[in-house]
Write a protein that binds this ligand. Structure first.
Ligand code: SAH
Ligand code: SF4
Length: 377
């Protein structure tokens, strides 16, 4: 699917979204100020909004009837206007001390996936005792990168803010672990669902919400240059990861259709702007794909781009997707690429097999389940 197709789909989406949610608003999509405003309309004191947020994000209430310190009449009124969303857990793969992969069903029947990574020493410079959630932002993806499972079926819909927040809440309740680091690296292109993603980030970051520090939230993009600039203008100090995967237009054009719209220079100059505004280092993600982007020449050009932005580089051996022709280079070749970067002073990591489970977030579990469902239908 083309990028232009994505934009058209966004327009038709808003009516679909209203339909599937009926007249009730999802309360977990609201900011504190918006809930306070609503309570003013109800002629209720605004401190009630804080109580409600506490029930939702601290006590994890699943309905208004549980909110025992609210007057009965208010609970009934809230239930007339709002719903409390819930994700249905379809599958959990993995064990408690390793990566856990979750497949969720949304209220409209669509499938999305998230991953819990218990410890991530090599992930974006965070401390190794962090528990990271890798979350989805869309159902499918319109950007159609040639190596990625998420884009195979094209784009279906944007996730709402509460569907994004619910992934973290549900992972915590299902695993019994507290999440303290979030990466938007599951299914979908976060910057193509900018408003809902930013709203979710505000809720995840807020003291009345999940209280996760902005520096522990990383947004990953395939290269939507204008939205990178928009993100740079946002006040929150969230981190940015760029899915580069090629150090020249030639290589990026071959595997990432987005590059025909925003070429490498357009992308890098948006990154310059981000770094300048945020005074923050960003990360280049670089999947190593055999015979596509793993040459010495690509490594040397990547060094140049990383120096320009003082960026860190995260090398990821390609995770094979059933039905796609790509494969990862030999271990020897991966190491060689890494050592070229390091020799030139770039701070770079190579994700080894063990932590590589995160890559299964990119639509692969969903794809597998959809295929199984089709096979048994
Ligand atoms: N759309 C955003 C975020 C989701 S993808 C983006 O592209 O950045 C998260 C990361 O996983 C991206 O860097 C993506 O390129 C990578 N990825 C996708 N398929 C992969 C695969 N089969 N093996 C390894 N990494 C993959
Ligand atoms: Fe979409 Fe990212 Fe996959 Fe590209 S890599 S198809 S942008 S999810």
């Amino acid at each position: 699917m083309t990028v232009r197709g994505n934009i058209d789909l966004h327009h038709s989406r808003s009516t679909a979204e209203a339909d599937r949610r009926g007249n009730l608003r999802e309360i977990k999509s609201l900011l504190l100020s918006e809930l306070q405003e609503k309570l003013r309309e109800f002629a209720e004191p605004s401190y009630r909004a804080g109580q409600i947020m506490n029930w939702l994000y601290e006590k994890r209430a699943s309905g208004f009837e549980e909110m025992s310190d609210l007057p009965q009449a208010l609970r009934a009124r809230l239930a007339e206007h709002f719903s409390v969303s819930k994700l249905h857990v379809v599958r959990v793969l993995g064990s408690h001390d390793t990566t856990l992969k979750f497949l969720f069903r949304l209220s409209d029947g669509n499938l999305i996936e998230s991953v819990l990574i218990p410890a991530s020493p090599a992930l974006y410079g965070q401390k190794s005792d962090r528990r990271t959630a890798c979350v989805s932002t869309q159902v499918g993806c319109a950007y159609g990168c040639k190596f990625c499972a998420s884009g195979l079926d094209g784009f279906s819909s944007n996730l709402s803010a509460n569907e994004i927040v619910d992934q973290i809440i549900t992972i915590e309740s299902a695993s019994g672990q507290k999440i303290d680091n979030i990466v938007f690296m599951g299914m979908g292109e976060p910057l193509a669902n900018f408003d809902n993603v930013m709203r979710a980030i505000r809720i995840l970051n807020a003291p009345w919400g999940l209280g996760i520090g902005a520096r522990h939230i990383t947004v990953s993009t395939s290269g939507l240059a204008p939205q990178i600039r928009k993100l740079a203008d946002e006040p929150l100090q969230i981190r940015l990861a760029i899915s580069l995967h090629g150090a020249t237009d030639e290589v990026r054009n071959q595997i990432m259709p987005i590059n025909r719209r925003y070429n490498l220079e357009a992308l890098l100059s948006a990154c310059d702007y981000f770094v300048e505004r945020k005074k923050q280092r960003l990360t280049f993600e670089y999947i190593l794909i055999a015979r596509v982007n793993d040459t010495g020449e690509q490594a040397h050009l990547l060094v140049r781009h990383a120096h320009r932005l003082s960026a860190k580089v995260n090398l990821i051996p390609y995770n094979t997707v059933q039905g796609l022709p790509w494969s990862r280079p030999s271990l020897n070749r991966q190491e060689k690429f890494l050592s070229t970067l390091r020799r030139h002073g770039i701070s770079a990591t190579l994700r080894r097999e063990k932590g590589g489970d995160i890559d299964a977030a990119c639509g692969q579990l969903r794809l597998q389940t959809k295929r199984e469902e089709l096979a048994s239908a």
